[in-house]
Write a protein that binds this ligand. Structure first.
Ligand code: SF4
Length: 327
């Protein structure tokens, strides 16, 4: 996966522009901001966003032809360096995106936002029940954002609704989402984010959940129980689940180790080496090396997390790789 994208769940990434303003805890360590700094200052309420030439905008036309030739549908994540529903979008850029989407019927466009409150007013006039090749998603990093963003997302019809729970910063219960009522007291959004498993999945619900931990400078650990809970909720509702990664931090049990042996303390951080476990590859890779370790949860309970880096931490959740996509 990922012809020109390092993201596992997409074939391509496309950016309408570069630039954004931080809006929630998931943005605290925004990788896009650090990456864009090499090309100028494009982040913040006063920054000028970076725009692109026709050559860049023509790329998806080529991807569309390739997908058609292959007889496949290819997914395009839009945008990794911006938010499509940002009210500071460069003039005309969003309209150009809608035109491009209409010209590329063999591509499924995944529009992910942290600003679902802007979706309705920024969609094109001919949106109807949703363009057949647009999947709409919101970032959900904790329960507060789930409660805030999911009901708004579900107010807009789309062929696929999805959640990107990355970086996952806390537990999320998708079955306790509050409905939205209009001024007349009518419910305009839904009481459940996930479908009743006995009913067919339709446009009212979430169809896909992507979960991942954080990586990079300042990465915050993801408790494996938070990911397990979302996996279990999706399994129970028949919703596609994709586990992208643990992130820089992983619990010892997830890499098959039994624990760690304290080696030293430095700059207020505790370091340890991985002790006996069942996961041969990890022991060969990581055994004998010292890694930062900590109990990051308020109650100082298990599991202890170890910072082995995103690549070493891998993407197995309880030994299973989850790559489901809505079918
Ligand atoms: S919305 Fe996305 S791109 Fe914008 S600041 Fe937040 S993490 Fe970065």
């Amino acid at each position: 996966m990922g012809e020109n994208s390092k993201i596992e769940w997409t074939h391509h990434t496309f950016n309408t522009w570069w630039g954004c303003v931080k809006v929630s805890p998931a943005c605290d360590n925004c990788y896009a901001e650090s990456l864009s700094k090499r090309f100028g200052d494009h982040w913040g309420p006063k920054a000028e966003y970076r725009t692109f030439s026709d050559k860049h905008w023509n790329e998806p036309l080529r991807w569309n032809r390739a997908a058609e030739k292959a007889g496949e549908r290819h997914r395009v994540f839009c945008a990794s360096m911006a938010d499509v529903f940002d009210n500071r979008a460069p003039e005309g850029a969003r309209e150009r995106l809608w035109a491009l989407i209409r010209q590329t019927p063999h591509l499924d466009w995944l529009l992910l936002t942290k600003r679902p409150q802007n979706i309705a007013e920024m969609l094109p006039e001919d949106w109807g029940d949703g363009y057949p090749n647009v999947w709409l998603g919101v970032t959900v990093e904790n329960q507060k954002e789930a409660d805030r963003r999911i009901p708004i997302l579900l107010q807009t019809r789309a062929v696929v609704h999805f959640l990107s729970c990355e970086p996952l910063l806390g537990p999320v219960d998708l079955n306790c989402i509050e409905p939205i009522y209009n001024g007349s007291g009518e419910m305009t959004s839904f009481t459940r984010a996930l479908p009743d498993p006995s009913a067919p999945i339709d446009k009212h619900y979430i169809h896909w959940v992507i979960v991942g931990g954080e990586s990079g400078p300042g990465a915050r650990p993801m408790h494996p129980d938070w990911a397990r809970s979302l996996r279990n909720q999706c399994r129970a509702a028949g919703v596609a689940f994709h586990f992208k990664q643990h992130g820089d931090w992983v619990s010892y049990d997830q890499i098959g180790a039994n624990g760690w042996d304290f080696t030293h303390e430095h700059d207020g951080k505790r370091y340890g080496v991985i002790s006996q476990g069942d996961f041969g590859r990890m022991e060969r890779l990581l055994g004998g090396q010292a890694f930062e370790t900590r109990y990051p949860w308020d109650d100082q309970t298990n599991p202890c997390m170890v910072r082995v880096g995103k690549k070493n931490a891998g993407r197995l959740l309880d030994g299973v790789e989850w790559n489901e996509v809505p079918g």
